[in-house]
Design a protein around this ligand. Structure first.
Ligand code: NA7
Length: 494
């Protein structure tokens, strides 16, 4: 017998938490959240590698309605984000709604009853509404390198860090130089015997205004009126300029390239050896892929026990990595900082979702190009919502996206409830008009630069599309409570 819930939310990370809070505030209480993790926090539950920290200022990387005053730094370490998730679960009484260690395996829409039939690792569920709140960085990407399974030493992906593996005095290899590796490398370099960093594409790394927030500063944030709001406002303005501003309005911002010049100056000041410096210099525009922020990453390459390998990997053997030029690095431990499946058909969403015509949402997006209405709804998939769907995210703090998505979804479900509708579906014409509008703004984005072809950026789908929402955060937030309800079709089961 399947358990029925009015709303099933997939994911108990911050998207799931924020959406559940909004729905509860709107009067919906029959909510079940499922997550394959054993606790809340999503990426902050899974990613506990050495050095993990947020790289958006903490004043922005939190809910607007639940601003903490006790972050230990301007960029909080990961464990504080995990604690913040636990705090939100407790404060908003969500624990009773969450079923952990439950992986959704498949979802099918039952047209006769206007409900989703959800198959999970813990049994079947039925739901009037299904909300996919799985983040884009949840499915680890393991590299498809010849011989990887033959490696006899310890292997781990950064998002499944095994703290029982000691790195002390070991010969360690790390594949990847994305935002995760940037945080891991400076932490482990001082303890290993030798660290070999296998880089395919260099990352733009900028200095990070990462300062401790001593007790007195936290007290000021908590008790002096206006301090919290001013810090938030300054932080939001910084994030808006450095992420959505440069990405979407690149051609309109005079001197947008100056950030790249600053990054180059920073690189030159940090890395002593000119050959290593050259290897670390990106050959694509800053913004084509997610840049990183760290004060210690680049100078780690000045250490005698760190080697930057840029020859391509040919093969992994039982005890080494062999490069295409024949050189070989013997290793005791191999760390895969190889990122996540982001827009792959089996990752977005991470389980098959079928509508009544048997159309598989992941395949529809992957084969027929990514599309949706504001990242939230997709025509042909009634009563199904995504907090992070195609063309929904504008690149600002994830919390802005979560709050705007939650507001949009709550407005639709509330309207359906008021109209006694059991089924709600976005109209294809509204979706097409939205996609056309967003794509028409593409010419001013940084992603149009030719050099982006060198970036190997996960922002791009295999069709070359960048399914971001080319809009300011103000526009996204404003629109989330004012989009025309007529863009949706409300009806009842016959
Ligand atoms: P990323 O940013 O996707 O980085 C993955 C890194 O792994 C990147 O340098 C890749 O090189 C490299 N990679 C992946 N597969 C391979 C193979 N097969 N061979 C060599 N190198 C490989 O993931 P992160 O975990 O660092 O960061 C994810 C997000 O977390 C980040 O954007 C922030 O939002 C926080 P490539 O660049 O593809 O050539």
């Amino acid at each position: 017998m399947s358990q029925f819930h009015e709303i099933v939310i997939v994911g108990a990370g911050f998207s799931g938490i924020g959406t559940a809070i909004a729905l509860k505030k709107a009067g919906f209480h029959d909510i079940l959240m499922v997550d394959d993790a054993s606790g809340p926090g999503g990426v902050w539950h899974w990613n506990n590698y050495p050095g993990v920290a947020v790289d958006i200022p903490s004043f922005s990387y939190q809910f607007s309605f639940e601003q903490a005053s006790d972050w230990s730094r301007t960029y909080a370490p990961g464990r504080e984000l995990k604690s913040y998730a636990e705090y939100c679960v407790e404060k908003y009484d969500l624990a009773k709604h969450i079923q952990y260690n439950t992986r959704v395996q498949e979802a099918k829409f039952d047209e006769a009853n206007d409900q989703w039939l959800i198959d999970t690792s813990q049994g079947a569920l039925k739901a009037r509404y299904m909300i996919h709140a799985g983040g884009p960085l949840s499915q680890p990407r393991l590299p498809d390198i010849k011989g990887i399974d033959s490696f006899q030493g310890d292997v781990m992906h950064t998002s499944r860090w095994d703290h029982s593996i000691s790195l002390e005095g070991k010969r360690v290899g790390i594949i990847g130089t994305g935002a995760t590796a940037v945080q891991v490398i400076p932490e482990i370099a001082p303890i290993v015997e030798k660290l070999t960093v296998f880089q395919r594409t260099p990352i733009w790394c900028l200095p990070k205004p990462d300062l401790p927030l001593p007790k007195v500063a936290r007290l000021g944030l908590k008790s002096i009126p206006g301090v919290k709001s001013i810090s938030r406002l300054a932080s939001q303005a910084f994030v808006e300029f450095t992420f959505p501003g440069i990405a979407h309005y690149y051609s309109l911002i005079p001197g947008a390239d100056s950030v790249e010049k600053l990054a180059l100056a920073w690189l030159n000041s940090q890395v002593k050896d000119p050959v290593t410096r050259e290897k670390l210099t990106p050959n694509y525009a800053l913004g084509c892929k997610r840049p990183s922020f760290h004060n210690g990453f680049l100078k780690t390459f000045n250490r005698d026990n760190v080697w930057l390998e840029t020859n391509s990997i040919e093969e992994i053997t039982p005890n080494s990595i062999r490069n295409a030029d024949g050189s070989e690095h013997e290793l005791d431990v191999l760390i895969l900082a190889t990122g996540f499946k982001v827009t792959d058909a089996d990752a977005m969403p991470s389980y098959p979702v079928y509508n009544t015509e048997g159309v598989h949402l992941g395949n529809l997006w992957d084969e027929g190009r990514h599309h949706s209405y504001k990242g939230i709804s997709t025509a042909g998939f009634p009563n199904y919502f995504t907090t992070f769907g195609p063309y929904g995210y504008n690149g600002s703090s994830f919390f802005t996206l979560i709050e705007s998505s939650a507001a949009h979804i709550t407005r639709v479900i509330t309207t359906a409830s008021k109209r006694h509708a059991s089924r709600v579906e976005v109209k294809k014409a509204a979706q097409d008009a939205y996609i056309a509008d967003i794509q028409s703004r593409g010419h001013r984005q940084i992603f149009r630069k030719d050099s982006c072809q060198n970036a190997n950026s996960y922002y791009f789908t295999r069709h070359g599309d960048v399914p971001f929402r080319a809009a300011t955060t103000m526009e996204v937030l404003w629109n989330s409570t004012r989009f025309p309800l007529a863009d949706y079709q409300f009806s009842s089961a016959s």
